[in-house]
Design a protein around this ligand. Structure first.
Ligand SMILES: N[C@@H](CCC(=O)N[C@@H](CS)C(=O)NCC(=O)O)C(=O)O
Length: 147
């Protein structure tokens, strides 16, 4: 008889870019985890059961049962996972700083600006040319920085 141990990590996610960032890490690192889909369109992220995991009501979030840690914010999760499973973590301090730099650049710049551009392009019921121009310009500027 095979006794399967419950994975250390429970991963709360949905099919969105912030969820995929963590999913990619877990898959690439070969980390066993249990996935719980949060139905964002049904508002599951605002239910008390999920708010107990992330009071900010957003995915992704993880529970690391072995360490007794509940964590939200994709950057904090990725940093924690690369500490726990030392993959994608360079040896040198200089390179570790660069990883953190680009991680924060993504979380603080690319993610929110592209998120707003997406909303004004596809989510909003009205067309707001000023908002579209603002977020398109900033998105292109940020991509220029990456280049
Ligand atoms: N800064 C957060 C952003 C998380 C975020 O915006 N998650 C979105 C999906 S990509 C979400 O859960 N939206 C649901 C909502 O706002 O109600 C992170 O990096 O984890």
């Amino acid at each position: 008889m095979t006794v399967s141990k419950k994975p250390d990590i429970t991963f709360y996610t949905a099919d969105t870019p912030n969820g995929l960032k963590v999913a990619l890490f877990l898959h690439e690192a070969g980390i066993p985890f249990e996935r719980r889909f949060v139905d964002l369109s049904a508002g599951e992220q605002h239910q008390p059961a999920f708010l107990a995991i992330n009071p900010n009501g957003k995915i992704p979030a993880i529970v690391d049962h072995a360490a007794g840690i509940t964590l939200f914010e994709s950057g904090a999760i990725l940093t924690r996972l690369s500490d726990k499973y030392p993959l994608f973590k360079p040896d040198s301090l200089k390179e570790q700083c660069q990883v953190q730099q680009w991680l924060h650049f993504q979380i603080g710049g690319i993610g929110p600006m592209m998120g707003q551009l997406w909303w004004f392009l596809h989510g909003s019921k009205t067309r707001n040319e000023e908002a579209l121009a603002r977020y398109r310009k900033e998105t292109l500027r940020l991509l220029g920085v990456v280049d």
